[in-house]
Design a protein. Structure first.
Length: 483
């Protein structure tokens, strides 16, 4: 008795789970087999596109037919068996070798020249349909790219909101992804330590699994997070309309670290003032050491003739002394607030001039981009050169737009910063004394700038504008204080 198999297929797993196509194909094949007295002993049910080679069940079925384990097969229609000409050639070889191939939905006699010709034409039409579908899909994707829309699934840290709608920052994962950029930009982390950090904060991939090193590397290299979209083998860059997750400068810093132009400095010991103190003689960083129960910060520059060395308690005493000095009284606060009010008018004038300058630069850069595109369309620039120059100009446009946005942010202006510093100065000492190590380091970096040790003498100077609080101004300064 001859053994036959039934082959049914849909293009996606979703169609197989929720659609009715598989059931309809099976019913048509069973009805055809009953009319033609064909007994089906095996079914092959596939959820793969026929446009590509390598369908596992189709390959298994072809192999069984070639080896004579099956005498024939019943398929719903020609386009269910193959949408590429190589698979169709395999089916043709089977027919030529005497294998009994039937198509339930196509009334074709494959044993005749006319029937084979009709089948071949249908197979070519099916293959051409796929080519046309790919071309139209590609056109649609590039059309959305030119609109600044990313046509694929949102990268980690963003959410999909539907076709034609920009990706939206994930309120949970977005913050964690941004933190990865900030950590790596510091130069104190490698990709391996970022894997540990991601697990520590609970950042997982879309499937809820821990982040791998390769996935974190892909995130750090993806300009989508700074507002640009890249697609395709050419790597062409487009201006995105989605909200950037990070600033362009942060992305560029990360790229320098990835390229090895920034040296990783992973602290071995969590000393409070590590990396914050310099030698007053040679300017080199002091290294923290634990000796007889005390932490010392010492200069290890061999060429330094007056090497600095200070105990951590002495450094902390100098820091607290500065924090006491910058703490203003009520009368001094009133005086400083009046000076800030005078500064605001002058700063607004400078801000307007800077805004006009940035807008001019932005317009010039966009004009350069237009000329670049025109040159490419006229065939004057090769694809690789065009993509490289376009990516550079789009990055520059994003930086200028980011600078304009910062300039329009009232909280980022010098007078507003001065007011914040004044409020901070009121509680700086208390915050330092009650804070943990991270909070103490942050306070030291905010309030002080030059932290030098001359031999054993610790000198901690205030940062600008905290210097203003020490000077206790009584007259209006001629030049606005910048931060």
């Amino acid at each position: 008795m001859k053994t036959y198999a039934g082959y049914i297929r849909v293009s996606t797993a979703k169609q197989g789970d929720k659609g009715v196509s598989l059931q309809e194909q099976r019913a048509a094949i069973e009805a055809y087999s009953a009319r033609n007295r064909i007994a089906l002993s095996q079914w092959f049910e596939e959820r793969e596109t026929a446009a590509k080679l390598g369908r596992p069940l189709f390959s298994q079925m072809i192999n069984l037919l070639r080896r004579g384990k099956l005498n024939g097969v019943v398929i719903h229609k020609i386009d269910r068996s193959a949408r590429n000409l190589r698979d169709w050639a395999d089916i043709g070889d089977l027919i030529d070798s005497g294998v009994d191939v039937h198509f339930a939905g196509d009334a074709l006699d494959l044993q005749t020249r006319g029937g084979r010709l009709s089948a071949d034409i249908q197979a070519v039409v099916a293959a051409d349909f796929i080519r046309n579908l790919r071309e139209e899909t590609r056109k649609g994707m590039y059309g959305r790219l030119k609109q600044g829309l990313y046509p694929l699934a949102a990268p980690l840290g963003y959410l999909d909101r539907g076709k034609g709608i920009p990706k939206e920052i994930d309120p949970v994962r977005g913050r964690l992804v941004r933190h990865l950029f900030e950590l790596y930009a510091s130069g104190n982390h490698s990709l391996d330590t970022l894997v540990v950090q991601a697990r520590r904060v609970g950042l997982t991939n879309r499937s809820g699994r821990p982040m791998l090193r390769s996935a974190i590397s892909s995130i750090l290299n993806n300009p989508f997070y700074m507002g640009l979209v890249t697609m395709g083998p050419t790597g062409e860059v487009y201006q995105g309309v989605h909200q950037p997750l990070i600033a362009p400068r942060l992305f560029e810093t990360v790229q320098r670290v990835l390229a090895g132009r920034v040296r990783h400095v992973a602290p071995i010991h969590p000393f409070l003032f590590r990396g914050l103190l310099t030698c007053g003689a040679c300017g080199g960083l002091l290294t923290g050491e634990l000796h007889k129960g005390h932490v010392y910060y010492r200069c290890h520059n061999r060429s330094c003739l007056k090497k600095a060395s200070a105990r951590e308690e002495a450094v902390e005493e100098a820091v607290c002394g500065l924090l006491r000095q910058v703490q203003p009284s009520g009368a001094q606060m009133d005086m400083i607030l009046k000076v800030i009010a005078l500064l605001r008018g002058e700063w607004d004038g400078e801000r307007m001039a800077r805004r006009d300058q940035l807008r001019l630069q932005l317009g010039q850069t966009k004009a350069r981009l237009d000329r670049l595109i025109d040159s490419h369309l006229e065939g004057l620039l090769e694809g690789a050169v065009f993509c490289e120059k376009k990516a550079s100009l789009l990055s520059e446009i994003r930086r200028l737009e980011d600078d304009l946005a910062s300039l329009n942010d009232e909280s980022a202006h010098s007078p507003a910063k001065l007011e914040k510093c004044l409020e901070l100065a009121k509680t700086a000492l208390l915050t330092y004394e009650t804070g943990d190590s991270a909070q103490k380091r942050e306070m030291v970096e905010i309030v002080s700038s030059n932290r030098r040790v001359f031999r054993k003498n610790v000198v901690v100077e205030p940062s600008n504008p905290f210097q203003m609080l020490l000077e206790r101004p009584t007259v209006r300064p001629r030049v606005p204080i910048r931060i």
